[in-house]
Design a binder for this molecule. Structure first.
Ligand SMILES: [Zn+2]
Length: 280
């Protein structure tokens, strides 16, 4: 599906390098997507929320793996929500995700989750900085949220050699496996910057796909697009942060997305479909 593939590559060029745009080898067998582990209370974990791909809906994204993906090749009006770092840990947000069955993917960064250092003040003053540490992400996972890899310390990976990049990525995967009970399949490079060493390191750490994004969501729920026409497009991946007022901003954002006729998708189910889809 040429349209989907070219969009992926165009977005990669904007975000960073073009290394991953070369189509190549056959897809390896798909691992089971990350699913929720049993909740601390012992109750059954929630099934992942969000719409699932219809048969034949999703275009194939070719390897080599890890693939670098900025959007999902589909014509359906569906977008995907991803949330990074983990500084602000408002318990109200976990309730919101659980009760409203909102599909999100969280990219956890160790120093944020453990509140080692100071969060970016751009989102306002935090009330819940590091409040729940890894328990917060365990609760999200029990609510059906995949917890994925966003490094240990949030470096600019272009400034690091392969071994240092591997330490950041493998270290975070090991930590998340220990703390959450599921090993990450996805990696999001801080600032969206990466090199060919990043892809090699991610592969060595068991990462299946590197996830970028097509638009960021600012405080107040405002969408900042990376495309000139400033519109949501089918398959867009939106990036938010665990910032103060996330619950409020999230309500505004979800309303806005639905008003425009879009649904929220299950990212893991869609990614699986990009591997399985026949080349058309
Ligand atoms: Zn980040």
């Amino acid at each position: 599906m040429a349209r989907g593939t070219s969009r992926v590559c165009a977005a990669v060029t904007v975000a960073a390098l073009t290394t991953a745009c070369t189509a190549g080898q056959a897809a390896p067998p798909a691992p089971a997507p990350q699913r929720a582990t049993p909740s601390p209370s012992g109750s059954a974990p929630a099934e992942p929320a969000g719409v699932k791909p219809r048969r034949g809906e999703v275009g194939r994204i070719p390897g080599p793996y890890p693939r670098v993906i900025s959007s999902i090749p589909t014509r359906r009006k569906v977008v995907f929500l991803t949330i990074d770092d983990g500084w602000e840990q408002d318990p109200g947000f976990v309730r919101q995700v659980r009760e409203q069955r909102i599909p999100i993917t969280a990219f956890a960064m160790r120093d944020a989750v453990e509140a080692k250092g100071t969060p970016d003040p751009a989102g306002g003053v935090g009330r819940f900085v590091g409040a729940g540490k890894w328990d917060y992400f365990r609760e999200l996972n029990a609510a059906g949220v995949a917890v994925e890899n966003h490094t240990l310390t949030h470096p600019n990976l272009r400034l690091l050699g392969r071994d240092a990049q591997k330490a950041e990525i493998c270290g975070a995967s090991r930590l998340i496996a220990r703390r959450i009970g599921v090993r990450p399949a996805l990696f999001r490079p801080p600032f969206g910057t990466y090199t060919s060493d990043t892809l090699a390191a991610a592969k060595a750490c068991g990462i299946r796909d590197v996830l970028l994004w097509t638009a960021t969501v600012q405080p107040g729920g405002k969408i900042a697009y990376q495309v000139p026409d400033k519109r949501l497009r089918p398959g867009d991946i939106l990036l938010l942060h665990f910032r103060p007022h996330l619950a409020r901003d999230f309500r505004i954002l979800v309303d806005k997305i639905k008003r425009r006729g879009y649904e929220l998708g299950d990212l893991q189910a869609y990614l699986a479909a990009t591997s399985q889809a026949a080349s058309r």
